[in-house]
Design a protein around this ligand. Structure first.
Ligand SMILES: CC(=O)SCCNC(=O)CCNC(=O)[C@H](O)C(C)(C)COP(=O)(O)OP(=O)(O)OC[C@H]1O[C@@H](n2cnc3c(N)ncnc32)[C@H](O)[C@@H]1OP(=O)(O)O
Ligand SMILES: O=C([O-])CC(=O)C(=O)O
Length: 375
């Protein structure tokens, strides 16, 4: 069972900054749970839409509730023409997280949250629309194609793969996307979620909270690590090369992306799950390099630094084996974490006080103003 680190120092580490009923992260005896359910059980047996419902509406849905929810989301997938036009103007070399941020923000202009009573409907709209925002831009800017933003895939993961590859995804790939979206859905007061809560605490609208959270997730120390991990893994042609390269990076005191965690001390419970699926996909595609290279880095990091892979590391090879371009890795995280972000926004709104900590002043002593002509 993953345990939480003993924490101190900068970065607000170890300080309780609020309450949540949504998840536990690294709690002794509990590990990672969403509203009391172990994430590993959810990843094994649930659909992502069930987990989204659990986080957003408070309980797991019944069969009828799930069918109604999936059907509702299916009808909300298409993008307004004005949003498609905005996406068409974003260049191919833009960062896809900037595309997500703009897409979210623009939708907030044309379909704003006018009242907090709309918070669930606006979240469902974003949940349904995010895969199309990412894929419409990607396919237009990279392939010159104006794709249809709807598909008959019932699941969000399947819908994403269908839009991206223009064909029905395999059952295995739909299953893996489902697992991945569940693993990324919620993680207590991580940086992007805390960003969303700070924004919510000013009583701002949902689109602003989610747009702000996307900005926080973009960084390589947070969600951006899955892309950075892929770029690193791809550089090595064999496990031997990977070991040598990792030792070199450690010697130079480089950060190795996809390793370490702010809260977990000796493992990230999401890792064993996604690693298992990465292995399965490696077998499916006949990979003899990427997975062994990943394992070699993993082993070296543990031997040398007692650092373990976090949720991002084996996500890199997993997505790669499904033919997903590296630049879309972090936007997929957005499609999933939206559920956690929004649930935290609801929670913040339900018991709000503006989040406004204090700073320790380290500047100069008070001094007299000197008029500009005397400086
Ligand atoms: C889904 C997610 O967002 S998971 C996180 C994704 N991010 C990454 O994978 C980026 C790489 N990892 C990191 O940068 C860090 O481990 C973080 C940002 C995740 C956590 O940061 P912190 O809590 O500040 O790290 P922590 O206090 O455990 O660091 C302890 C020591 O290990 C080192 N360390 C931690 N992670 C790494 C790493 N990935 N590579 C090399 N050294 C590392 C730190 O530099 C520090 O060394 P020092 O004591 O000599 O300064
Ligand atoms: O909790 C964190 O700091 C980062 C993380 O793993 C996540 O957001 O999934």
């Amino acid at each position: 069972m993953a345990e939480a680190k003993v924490l101190s120092g900068a970065g607000l580490r170890g300080q309780v900054a609020g309450q949540t009923a949504l998840s536990t992260v690294g709690q002794s005896g509990a590990g990672l749970t969403y509203r009391g359910y172990d994430v590993r059980e959810l990843a094994a047996d649930a659909q992502f839409e069930e987990v989204a419902y659990l986080l957003l509406y408070g309980e797991l849905p019944t069969q009828a509730q799930l069918a109604a929810y999936v059907s509702k989301l299916g009808k909300l997938r298409d993008l307004p023409q004005a949003l498609k036009e905005v996406l068409e103007r974003i260049p191919a070399d833009a960062h896809p997280m900037d595309v997500m941020r703009t897409g979210c923000s623009f939708l907030g202009n044309i379909e704003p949250e006018k009242d907090f009573s709309e918070q669930h409907d606006k979240t469902d709209r974003l949940l349904a629309a995010f895969p199309a925002i990412m894929c419409y831009w990607y396919r237009f800017s990279h392939d010159g194609k104006r794709i249809s933003c709807v598909s008959d895939e019932p699941s969000i993961g399947g819908h994403f793969l269908h839009l991206l590859h223009d064909k029905k995804p395999s059952e295995l790939h739909v299953k893996v996307m489902n697992v991945s979206l569940i693993l990324y859905a919620e993680h207590e007061f991580n940086a992007s979620t805390f960003t969303a809560r700070v924004c919510a605490s000013t009583l701002s609208d949902l689109f602003s909270c989610i747009t702000a959270a996307i900005g926080s997730l973009r960084g390589p120390l947070h969600g951006g690590a899955n892309e950075a991990a892929m770029e690193m893994i791809e550089r090595f042609k064999s496990p031997e090369e990977a070991i040598k390269g990792t030792l070199g990076m450690l010697e130079r005191k480089d950060k190795i992306m996809g390793f370490g965690h702010a809260i977990y001390k000796d493992n990230d419970p999401r890792n064993e799950v996604i690693k298992g699926w990465s292995k399965k996909l490696a077998e499916e595609v006949g990979d003899t390099v990427l997975f062994p290279v990943s394992e070699a880095i993993d082993k070296t990091m543990w031997e040398q630094k007692k650092l373990f892979p976090n949720a991002d590391f084996y996500h890199a090879s997993t997505y790669h084996f499904m033919g997903i371009p590296t630049k879309l890795f972090t936007p997929i995280f957005v499609c999933s974490r939206l559920t956690g972000w929004a649930a935290h926004v609801f929670e913040q709104r339900a018991n709000n006080r503006i989040i406004r900590p204090s700073a320790e002043y380290t500047g100069v002593e008070q001094r007299k103003f000197v008029p500009i002509e005397q400086r």
